[in-house]
Design a protein around this ligand. Structure first.
Ligand SMILES: Nc1ncnc2c1ncn2[C@@H]1O[C@H](COP(=O)(O)OP(=O)(O)OP(=O)(O)O)[C@@H](O)[C@H]1O
Length: 462
């Protein structure tokens, strides 16, 4: 059953949206593209908050967590093609931490504590937003986990690095915020990761492993295998303003497409793929997709213009079309561009400006698609001319500019990629551009699938 969540005028009000890149105003693509390394996802709070609110609403409406059936394992030739990644291209390789198989036995929490039941009860353990106040050195779960560092903080949780004294290994513990909605969202994430892990018993599909869960002071805590850095941190550290080496990108892309193939076969949409949600190991030769907090079964595809993080949001989501796995492929196209160039591909300051930047680079969205979009009238007039909602630079007031985009591509993908080429083999860069072009097809039905991507010449190296 489709549910429609119409954008309210205030949410669509571009003037109120924060500018995403620290201190830099984004006035279309005339300005230099912002650096991916400078982007801080938590800076983008208004859009993020709305996105999570909608997501949580969906969780509440579907609070009964279904015990998903494990789909029959379907193997085809692409599965084994990339079983082992050549790690020669990565400096200083380190052993890949082996995840413990789950064997279908993740302990599921009993209903939560009194603190969790009583929304009014506040405790000193939590801050005013329900995040657990993490203390480095503290022990969790009856002394089993020793907290060593903060790893990240999102809308749902804070994530800490800890040492597991039982398994004698590093883990990452996602401490879900203490409120009922977040708890349900955490339970949903747990159910989805569990399903993905159970259908990947040999841990070959590049999806983060959930080891177990427990409850601590009213917080649901999800224990994941510990990895090293996310790809935004890798870009910051090793590819600042330049991006990372194309051979490493090929290896990463192979692994990402294997993860996408697994998601597709398990009927799961990730719906929040971006460099922040892809983690690498110490040696940076193996990656895993993480943060299934926005994921859902493909059949649950409620129409909302705020699914996925804005820069990685497919046009069909912004327009309010039916959507499926192709939204994840779009996000990966944006991510791979960013890894190569160190620049954000489509840095729109709101959904309207996202469409403008996308069409400047990819051409006009076909009218056939526009006519089906629930939110098309917010962005196009009756003749399907684009209505760019901008701020007048002199008066500071909102202005609407009509744009036709017919036959006009201002900065095509190829020239944008070539601006950042670093003398690599032209054939390899050409194949990379072709793959990006196919990931970023405006028509989701024509967008490349993970199985096709794994056979693409850029990935196969032929
Ligand atoms: N298993 C892990 N190993 C190492 N670091 C991790 C792990 N899981 C998460 N992190 C770090 O914590 C960050 C936040 O994790 P995650 O995205 O799962 O949390 P979240 O609360 O859902 O965030 P958001 O609101 O941004 O979706 C990640 O970007 C990553 O840097």
């Amino acid at each position: 059953m489709q549910r429609s969540l119409e954008p309210t005028p205030e949410l669509e009000d571009f003037a109120l949206e924060v500018s995403d890149i620290r201190g830099k105003r984004e006035e279309g693509v005339a300005q230099a593209e912002p650096s991916a390394a400078d982007y801080d996802p938590m800076f983008d709070r208004q859009d993020e908050a709305k996105r999570h609110e909608i997501q949580l609403e969906a969780v509440c409406q579907n609070a009964e967590l279904q015990q998903q059936q494990q789909p029959p394992e379907q193997e085809d030739e692409v599965d084994d093609m990339f079983a082992d990644v050549d790690d020669d291209m990565f400096a200083d390789p380190a052993p890949v931490p082996k995840a413990r198989p789950i064997n279908g036995a993740i302990p599921v929490l009993q209903k939560s504590t009194k603190a969790h039941d009583d929304a009014n009860l506040t405790s000193n353990w939590d801050d005013e937003e329900g995040y657990y106040r993490v203390i480095i050195g503290e022990m969790l779960d009856d002394g089993r986990y020793h907290i060593q560092a903060n790893l990240g903080k999102g809308m749902f949780s804070s994530v800490v690095k800890a040492f597991d004294s039982v398994e004698k290994r590093d883990v990452a513990i996602k401490i879900i915020r203490n409120n009922e909605i977040m708890y349900k969202a955490g339970m949903k994430e747990m159910g989805i990761v569990k399903k993905l892990n159970l259908s990947d018993p040999d841990d070959k599909k590049h999806l983060i492993r959930l080891l177990r869960s427990f409850e601590f002071r009213g917080h649901l805590c999800l224990v994941f295998e510990g990895l090293s850095k996310n790809l935004r941190e890798v870009l910051k550290r090793f590819g600042r303003d330049a991006g990372i080496n194309i051979t490493a990108i090929r290896a990463y892309a192979q692994q990402i497409f294997l993860a996408l193939l697994h998601l597709r076969r398990t009927n799961v949409l990730h719906a929040d793929l971006k460099p922040d949600n892809i983690l690498v190991n110490e040696g940076r030769n193996m990656l895993k997709v993480c943060d299934l907090g926005s994921a859902s079964d493909v059949s649950e595809n409620a129409i909302t213009p705020y699914l996925a993080s804005r820069f990685y949001r497919a046009p069909e989501l912004i327009l309010g079309l039916q959507y499926d796995f192709a939204v994840d492929m779009w996000s990966i196209g944006c991510t791979l561009f960013e890894l190569y160039t160190g620049r954000i591909l489509f840095p729109g300051s709101n959904n309207n400006q996202m469409l403008k930047i996308i069409m400047q680079s990819r051409g006009k969205i076909p009218h056939k698609l526009l006519r089906k979009g629930l939110f098309t009238p917010s962005h196009f007039d009756e003749q399907l001319n684009f209505l760019s909602r901008e701020t007048d630079t002199l008066t500071g007031k909102p202005v609407v500019k009509g744009m036709s985009f017919s036959g006009r591509i201002e900065r095509d993908l190829k020239s944008r990629v070539l601006e950042y080429a670093r003398g690599e083999d032209k054939g390899v860069v050409g194949a990379f551009v072709d793959l990006l072009d196919k990931c970023l097809n405006l028509n989701p039905e024509k967008r490349i699938t993970p199985a096709e991507a794994l056979r693409h010449p850029f990935i196969r190296g032929s």
